[in-house]
Write a protein that binds this ligand. Structure first.
Ligand SMILES: C[S@@+](CC[C@H](N)C(=O)[O-])C[C@H]1O[C@@H](n2cnc3c(N)ncnc32)[C@H](O)[C@@H]1O
Length: 295
């Protein structure tokens, strides 16, 4: 009887040692797995909270809510009316016709098709729209997103985020069919499925965050990006030779050779402010490409 208990005890000990082997890390000096047994300490002892590293802090996504919590039906109706006028104006414009024609040219459409064929609906994520209450450009930019959704059957859900959106703006955007995100992703959305990112006139760090998060051939190849022209950033780099700036945009500059860009033509002064310097971007990276950061 006693012998049996001893046998069971030995087997249990061997099994726990096996578990420990898997759970503990390699020591630097020794290439073998090392079992490190912790001393039994006071079970109530709390482990000190570790401060997140700089990288962890950068990666943290923050909860967000509009800073103003006041809205009225009157304000919302007024803004909705402004949006309707903006959508109607844009829909009838030569600018919008040319915009749609460009998407349907054989040269551009093959890039859209590559991503839309595998997925019946492609989500549109809109970052940095700005204040649609205060300025015409953000209103026109949001109008463009809404019209794209209405006219292009491959566009699915629309998600919007800008930390400056007010409660009135948020409610109107929802009414117009958008989902307003409650988390500041800092542009770090992974394109696990194809995504159209609409980032009108965003700061360069936001584009760079997006690229950094998707810095793998399979993810990059799933991105359609409508935003500031990367070619113009590259041109600016060549002219200014400011290396300090290069650091904040290193992914953007490094992806340049794998990027196909189509410039948006503004055609008239009415649309210049909202869409100047904007382009469609498609990335085409082979699976055996070693993505290097050049700066
Ligand atoms: C240069 S403004 C462009 C505004 C507008 N699209 C325009 O063209 O007038 C950049 C916008 O990006 C927004 N922004 C800043 N950080 C952001 C973030 N983490 N996610 C989304 N938008 C952000 C800012 O609040 C600002 O409205």
């Amino acid at each position: 009887m006693c012998k049996n208990y001893f046998l069971v005890f030995l087997i249990t000990m061997a099994a726990s040692a096996e578990t420990l082997k898997c759970e503990h890390h390699k020591t630097a000096e020794d290439d073998d797995w090392t079992i490190v047994l912790r001393k039994r300490t006071n079970p109530k002892r709390k482990f000190p909270k570790l401060k997140p590293s700089k990288q962890q802090q950068e990666q943290q996504q923050t909860q967000w809510a509009p800073t103003d919590i006041e809205t009225t039906l009157e304000k919302e109706l007024h803004l909705m009316n402004k949006m309707k006028i903006s959508i109607e104006k844009l829909e009838k414009s030569q600018f919008f016709n040319a915009f749609l024609d460009q998407i349907h040219t054989p040269e551009a459409s093959q890039h859209f098709l590559k991503l839309t064929q595998s997925q019946s609906k492609v989500k549109m994520v809109i970052y940095g729209i700005g204040s649609i209450e205060s300025f015409e450009s953000p209103r026109l930019q949001l109008s463009l997103a809404i019209l794209m959704k209405r006219k292009l059957d491959w566009i699915g859900e629309m998600e919007v985020f800008d930390p400056i959106i007010s409660l009135t703006e948020s409610k109107v955007m929802v009414e117009l069919g958008c989902r307003v995100l409650l988390v500041n992703e800092h542009g770090r959305r992974e394109a696990v499925d194809p995504i159209l990112f609409f980032m009108p006139h965003c700061e360069v760090e936001l584009y760079d965050n997006l690229l950094k998060t998707n810095w793998r051939h399979d993810l990059l190849n799933k991105i359609i990006l409508l935003g500031n022209s990367f070619e113009k950033y590259e041109h600016h780099r060549l002219v200014s030779k400011n290396q300090a700036l290069d650091e904040s945009r290193k992914h953007l500059l490094a992806i340049q050779e794998f990027t196909k860009e189509f410039e948006i033509k503004t055609l008239s002064d009415d649309y210049f402010r909202a869409f100047h310097g904007s382009s469609w971007h498609f990335f085409s990276v082979d699976c055996d490409t070693d993505l290097q950061l050049t700066c």
